[in-house]
Design a protein around this ligand. Structure first.
Ligand code: NBP
Length: 478
């Protein structure tokens, strides 16, 4: 039996429901399904008149409602539920049908599921979707990975429902296998770094500039009209301006300082460690959330461990602008690192990622959407094989101009005892990256001393070992 729905969505919690509504609102007939049937009934009751929906109560009914090849978006909780749905769907599907996992799956799972589905003649796509609840409904940034021929079957739908910036939809086929979910993972990692940089600026503005939340909210509002213009800077202004109904003071002042996380930042950092890519901005952001969670330990340490207590500066005019520049320079570094990571993963996995296209599809719909991404898109358009974004004249110059302020902020924060892990590690990365000769010569010497790991010389080919504990002579080992 062949149904009439062009595409199906199973999993009607907030993301799946909004994605299904977005698709139907674009005139595409959608079959919907949810494990708990009552949710489907409620969905049809609430939104049934927004488009051409077919509500189904069983997976058999669901697959029967779809055109061939069947195109099925799975929007269930990431992890085991995705495998469960694939297992249940597989016997009901035909050769060439397409399963699209649009949740936040970890990319190695996507690689495995692609192979498992292929063994059953099913085409599997791992698709990153960013933008949260509102993006799913009004236009997300979509990062589809998997078989390009399978993508061709859904391209028109994805392009219709994605956010649009300057007439360009925020969706592009990212690459094969796990590439889509990989890129979504790095997107989320960059989101962690962006947020950490924002909170470090907030901390300094509070404790070193001596400003209160509404005043800082206004500063973020101003910053949002310059180089920093972005969704996260914009909402920072709004969150800081919010008044708590209960206390009459700023809401942010009564929110517990313990950050949650769902794991995508950790995945990004772990992957960077495996690739050997320095990813200090994102990784420090993950560690900072970890430190924030040690609330009880911090409470004890706050009365035990010595250190300066920050005191508000008398003249804050220059300080506020210095903090803005430090935020911008650190942000450039965090993005340079994230893009370097995607480049390394692309080379390792033969994904052939178009990094300029990634910047292009992140300009709208997603959480890190920003003006700044236009600059990154331009950089890759001019230099497709770029090693590091810092080397493009625009960014080289931007960081060069900001660096005096950036260094002042790191010094001031350190003197005043304000933790700035992302600001300071970004500056250290910058200083390390711009050194032709670093100090790792000594590491090699030490490794050779205790483990005969050998070293190379700057003045001769080959590898060498010194008999440190014996006669001290050097021998060539290759
Ligand atoms: P949740 O992640 O909260 O998952 C709830 C859905 O999964 C419900 O439809 C539930 O069905 C279904 N489900 C579960 Br739980 N176990 C199942 C199983 N074994 N078999 C079949 N269905 C099962 O939903 P969400 O917040 O809409 O997110 C969906 C995906 O999108 C996740 O991967 C999430 O990480 C990702 N994502 C979320 C956001 C966001 O802002 N929330 C943003 C971007 C991406 P039930 O109704 O029967 O319990």
């Amino acid at each position: 039996m062949t149904g009439q729905s062009r595409i199906g969505v199973t999993g009607l919690a907030v993301m799946g429901a909004n994605l299904a509504r977005n698709i139907a609102r674009h005139g595409v007939p959608v079959a919907v399904h949810n494990r708990t049937g009552a949710r489907t009934t409620e969905f049809i009751e609430a939104y049934g008149d927004e488009g051409e929906f077919t509500g189904t109560q069983s997976l058999q009914e669901f697959v029967d409602a779809l055109e061939r090849p069947r195109r099925i978006i799975v929007m269930v909780k990431a992890g085991k539920p995705v495998d469960g749905v694939i297992t249940e769907l597989t016997p009901l599907l035909d050769e060439g049908d397409i399963i699209i996992d649009a949740g936040n799956s970890h990319f190695p799972d996507t690689v495995r599921r692609t192979a498992e589905c292929a063994a059953n003649g099913i085409r599997f796509m791992g698709v990153g979707v960013s933008g949260g609840e509102e993006g799913a409904l009004l236009g997300p940034s979509i990062m589809p990975g998997g078989d390009p021929e399978a993508y061709a079957e859904v391209k028109d739908v994805f392009e219709a429902i994605a956010a649009q910036v300057d007439g360009t939809p925020c969706v592009v086929h990212v690459g094969p296998g796990g590439a889509g979910h990989y890129v979504k993972m790095v997107h989320n990692g960059i989101e962690y770094a962006d947020m950490q940089l924002i909170v470090e600026a907030y901390d300094l503005l509070t404790h070193v500039a001596g400003l209160d939340a509404p005043a800082i909210g206004k500063i973020f509002e101003e910053w949002n009209s310059g180089d920093l213009e972005s969704f996260l800077i914009e909402i920072t202004g709004k969150v800081l301006a919010k008044v708590d109904e209960k206390t009459g003071g700023p809401l942010v002042d009564v929110i517990v300082d313990r950050a949650g996380q769902k794991g995508t930042g950790t995945w990004t950092a772990i992957d960077a460690l495996g690739l050997g890519i320095p990813l200090t901005g994102i990784t420090e952001a993950v560690f900072a959330r970890g430190l924030s969670a040690l609330r009880d330990e911090r409470k004890k340490a706050s009365t035990t461990l010595a250190g300066p207590n920050p005191s508000a500066a008398e003249d804050r005019t220059d300080l506020v602008d210095d903090i803005r520049q430090a935020l911008y320079a650190s942000k450039v570094v965090a993005y340079a690192q994230g893009f370097a990571q995607m480049r390394a993963a692309s080379l390792q996995n033969d994904w052939n990622l178009d990094l300029g296209a990634m910047a292009t599809i992140w300009r709208g719909g997603c959480i890190i959407r920003a003006q700044f991404l236009n600059r990154i898109r331009d950089a890759y358009a001019e230099h497709p094989d770029l090693d590091n974004l810092l080397m493009v004249p625009y960014f080289t110059e931007a960081v060069a101009n900001a660096q005096d302020a950036w260094r002042r902020v790191v010094v001031t924060a350190t003197e005043q005892g304000v933790a700035i892990p992302a600001f300071s590690s970004s500056l250290s990365y910058y200083d390390g990256y711009r050194r032709e000769r670093g100090p790792a010569n000594l590491i090699q010497g030490l490794r050779d001393f205790f483990g005969a790991h050998t070293y190379e010389r700057i003045d001769a080919e080959g590898s060498f070992h010194t008999r440190w504990a014996q006669d001290g002579t050097e021998v060539r080992t290759d």
